[in-house]
Design a protein around this ligand. Structure first.
Ligand code: DGL
Length: 270
């Protein structure tokens, strides 16, 4: 058997800092893989922008990562996955994965009664990308969606356990509680940091689906197939790139990345 390896990095793209939840999951699961994170901090948030704009941004970032020599692109941003992934796949010379299909697959596997809630930014929810993907896979599934535009800013302030956040989460998720969902997809990069509060508010029975874990699992299926793995013993690099000032990124990144070191952050032009 011919062993084939590729030491080029995998690109991980997000509108800002939130995609570091996905970066962390990938970095932990694949310790030999080099990764390049691109946070489009100059244009964040994507979650309140039009479909056309998000698609254009996604294509620009994809082209940038290709010029950086990545062997695959993970679109960590739910909004960009919902609105830009199809266009990216049509234009991108390397395989690209989004968070929506893996998240839906994981939700369908874990939902006992097929009652699945989805929370995300306004643009992700308006796109109906999650319910469409869920219903394509299982037309009998009952899906209820709720936009949660306030969650992202609260996370970025570090208010992940603050009483004000608890109140906002409780008010925003009230419609989902009334519908007695059994599974909830955290359809935004920031929401895994609110897992504890969301679990408290929704009750212990609800299963929370973290798209970061789901996309890392999906990447496992690609490595060795359409994306070649790094050679054994490869000393990997972790690069962090942003499109606007890096200081705030450094602070928030520590909150998101835990043990993963942020050595240096570079500001780039797309
Ligand atoms: N990364 C975005 C997402 O997962 C959240 C932040 C934004 O609105 O850009 O949808």
């Amino acid at each position: 058997m011919v062993e084939r390896y590729d030491s080029r990095p995998i690109g991980v793209f997000d509108s800002g800092v939130g995609g570091l939840t996905v970066f962390k999951a990938i970095a932990r699961r694949f310790p030999a893989e080099s990764l390049v994170y691109l946070g489009d901090t100059a244009r964040v948030p994507y979650g309140s922008k039009s479909a056309r704009t998000v698609e254009r941004y996604t294509l620009q970032v994809g082209a940038f990562l290709l010029r950086r020599g990545v062997k695959g692109v993970v679109v960590a941003c739910n909004t960009a996955s919902a609105l830009g992934l199809d266009a990216l796949r049509a234009h991108c010379a390397v395989p690209s994965l989004g968070v929506i299909e893996p998240g839906c697959r994981m939700a369908l596997e874990s939902s006992p009664g097929g009652r699945i809630g989805v929370i995300g930014t306004r643009s992700t929810i308006a796109s109906r990308a999650y319910p469409s993907a869920l219903m394509r896979a299982n037309p009998r599934v009952h899906v209820v969606c709720a936009p949660c535009p306030l969650f992202g800013p609260l996370v970025e302030e570090g208010w992940t356990r603050h009483p004000a956040t608890r109140l906002v989460v409780s008010e925003t998720l009230a419609p989902l509680r009334r519908e007695s969902m059994d599974t909830l997809i955290l359809g935004c990069t920031h929401y895994p940091l609110l897992k504890e509060i969301i679990q408290e508010v929704m009750g212990p029975e609800i299963r929370l689906i973290d798209s970061a874990a789901a996309v890392a699992r999906e990447l496992d299926r690609h490595l060795g197939h359409d994306i070649l793995p790094a050679p054994p013993g490869h000393a990997r690099t972790l690069d962090f790139l942003v499109t606007d000032v890096a200081d705030r990124f450094q602070d928030v990144a520590r909150l998101f990345l835990e043990e993963i070191p942020v050595v240096q952050v570079s500001v780039v032009d797309l």
